[in-house]
Design a protein around this ligand. Structure first.
Ligand code: ZN
Length: 130
């Protein structure tokens, strides 16, 4: 299964929890191990708190302090900071599914992190039934 996500900003977080759940349910799968993966080097998939949007701003700003966009980097492109953020955050999460429900914690959501947008991002979802 694959999602296509159009990001709108240079840097943003987009919650995918409902889209992932729907995609898995549509396949008739009720339990298993769900992997959500992004095949890009300037975006990430993470689990993050999904109630307070301000916390997403805090997170993106914290990453900006680790890899500021305005430093000089060895990378030929303009997007070294985005590559670094993507590597730190990772390309995938794994979530157990039981009784047709993703077994996420009360405050957990699945997020696509865009670090070099706007772009069209592919998100690959796979399930190992069990
Ligand atoms: Zn690059």
């Amino acid at each position: 299964m694959e999602l296509k996500i159009e990001t709108k900003h240079k840097s943003e977080m987009i919650e995918l929890t409902d889209m992932v759940h729907e995609a898995v349910i549509k396949k008739g799968i009720k339990s298993g191990i769900v992997t959500v993966f992004v095949p890009h080097t300037t975006a990430s998939i993470i689990l993050f708190e999904n109630i307070d949007p301000q916390l997403r701003r805090d997170f993106l700003e914290a990453l900006g302090r680790i890899a500021p966009a305005n430093l000089s980097y060895h990378h030929q492109g303009e997007n070294a900071a985005a590559h670094i953020k993507s590597a730190l955050c990772g390309a995938r999460v794994v979530v157990p599914m039981e009784n047709a429900k993703l077994q996420l914690g009360e405050w957990q959501g699945i997020f696509l992190c865009e670090f070099d947008g706007p772009r069209t991002r592919r998100v690959i979802i796979q399930v190992v039934n069990g």
